[in-house]
Ligand binder design. Structure first.
Ligand code: CTP
Ligand code: MG
Length: 454
């Protein structure tokens, strides 16, 4: 396959870091590790810092400005308390402060420090020592074991992992965060180890069926996972490394794998700007300011749950929603877009009443029999019915009422005090802020960019 070889060679150039970038990443990682170990020793803390994640595994992507450093504390409840109580965080930030290094605190399962050093974000994550087969005491404890497991097994396959990560990024399924609900870096690494290389992963995925793929990476566990994709963690067999992968992400990966094998193209490794969209069915867009200081996972979680509630509310009101999606960017906007068959319902509706033999029928008749604005009541199929005017005809009113009926929350409140636009022509497009254009273009187009090369 000349095509495939050419494409893979071109993609390999995109994912291979230059020697200069590689030595800069390693220098910074090593510098931070020795700084932390020296200063931890000085204040008498018996913990060990080491490089972890994709920098330790040699699987980071060029231009990626993230370095993971974990500080492993002895396995002792006392240290769990110190980590959870924030004392460890304070030790780390004191060390950074006294060395003139800027930092901020981020929140995952537990808080960690992000140091800003020479243009890089260095994640400094405290955890507790864990041996193979032991139970993790904090959510971060497995990571050093992951590095141990991959050492040796991944050697020679680093570029295959990089190709897989870029492929997944390009098709929009890389990352386990709620925003993406896709494949984590560690999952990409395990897939490459399991199947033996990038192209073998893609070949395997092209015949995957969601809920039927179960890969056991060693060990055994009583609990049965029920998820579209199950890959057990070799260092903790009860954990599904692919637990975050949604049916949607898995399906996108399967479809893209099939399309790539049929017609290999560099498009599967790039993220082009979305072309100006074709305007088809109308789209309702609600947007508001991103709630300052709220972590992305929380915002995306709330946005997704609001979207699914609104979908049902709109459908129950008689509309036909066809697609829905959400967007959020820290320091920018949040948005929700819904495509509907029609934004306005006809002026009259058939209102179905009770069966004529039921005791509820009298109340129904009392309500409608003297009204001058309805046709009926009349009988069909054993029931009383009327044709009456619709109370709410416009989808914007339904969405507005729907938002008001949802429980209070930072995301709902911001959308409610935001703006609503119906996009149905060029004119209405101009009412959308520039920041949201790419999101909206993608939502209007729908077709993934990698399908354009079929
Ligand atoms: N990790 C994990 N599961 C996740 C996220 C992270 O197990 N959903 C652990 C893994 O041990 C991983 C480490 O945390 O090696 C670092 O995570 P992260 O930086 O998110 O991923 P990387 O593998 O470093 O990939 P990337 O190149 O995207 O940084
Ligand atoms: Mg990383």
């Amino acid at each position: 396959m000349v095509d495939l070889d050419n494409v893979l060679a071109e993609a390999a150039r995109l994912v291979t870091p230059s020697p200069e970038e590689a030595s800069m990443v390693n220098d910074i990682a090593n510098f931070m590790v020795s700084l932390l170990n020296r200063e931890l020793g000085r204040v008498g803390v018996s913990a060990q810092a080491s490089v972890q994640g994709s920098v330790a595994h040699g699987t980071w992507l060029p231009g990626d400005r993230d370095i993971d450093i974990f500080i492993v504390f002895p396995r002792d409840e006392r240290y769990v308390k110190l980590i959870e109580g924030g004392e460890v965080l304070r030790i780390i930030t004191n060390i950074l402060d006294s060395n003139g290094i800027g930092w901020r605190v981020n929140y995952a399962q537990h808080p960690y420090v992000v140091a800003r050093y020479r243009g890089f974000d260095v994640d400094i994550v405290p955890c507790i020592e864990m041996r193979m087969g032991e139970r993790p005491l904090t959510a971060a404890d497995r990571t050093p074991l992951h590095t141990e497991f991959l050492r040796g097994r991944l050697r020679g396959l680093e570029n295959d992992v990089r190709l897989l990560k870029l492929f997944m990024k390009s098709i929009g399924v890389y990352g386990a965060e709620i925003k993406v609900q896709g494949f984590s870096g560690y999952l990409a690494e395990l897939l490459v180890v399991n199947y033996g290389g990038f192209i073998n992963v893609v070949k395997a995925a092209s015949s995957w069926i969601p809920y039927r793929v179960r890969i056991n990476m060693g060990g055994s566990c009583e609990t049965r996972h029920r998820a579209p994709l199950v890959i057990t963690d070799p260092v903790d067999p009860c954990r599904n490394v692919a637990a975050a992968v949604s049916l949607r992400s898995m399906s996108v990966f399967i479809a893209a794998s099939r399309a790539f094998l049929r017609r290999p193209s560099i498009a599967f490794f790039t993220s082009p700007k979305t072309p100006k969209p074709l305007l088809t069915a109308p789209v309702l867009v609600v947007f508001g300011k991103y709630p300052q200081g709220v972590v992305e996972d929380v915002v995306w979680g709330q946005l997704r749950s609001i979207a699914s509630s609104l979908w049902n509310i709109v459908r129950r009101a008689g509309f036909k929603p066809m697609d829905i999606d959400v967007y959020a960017s820290e320091n920018g906007y949040m948005a929700l877009a819904m495509m509907v068959e029609a934004i306005e319902l006809p002026p009259y509706e058939l209102h179905v009443g009770p069966p004529v033999w039921s005791d509820d029928s009298e109340a129904f008749l009392e309500k409608y029999v003297l009204r001058g604005d309805v046709a009926g009541p009349f009988i069909a199929n054993g029931r009383w019915l009327v044709v009456r005017g619709r109370a709410i005809r416009h989808v914007s009113d339904v969405v507005l009422n729907g938002l008001k009926s949802l429980g209070r929350g930072v995301v709902r409140d911001s959308l409610l005090s935001g703006t609503m636009v119906i996009v149905k022509d060029e004119d209405s497009l101009s009412k959308i802020p520039k920041e949201l254009m790419d999101f909206l273009y993608r939502f209007l187009n729908k077709r993934p960019h990698w399908l354009a090369y079929q």
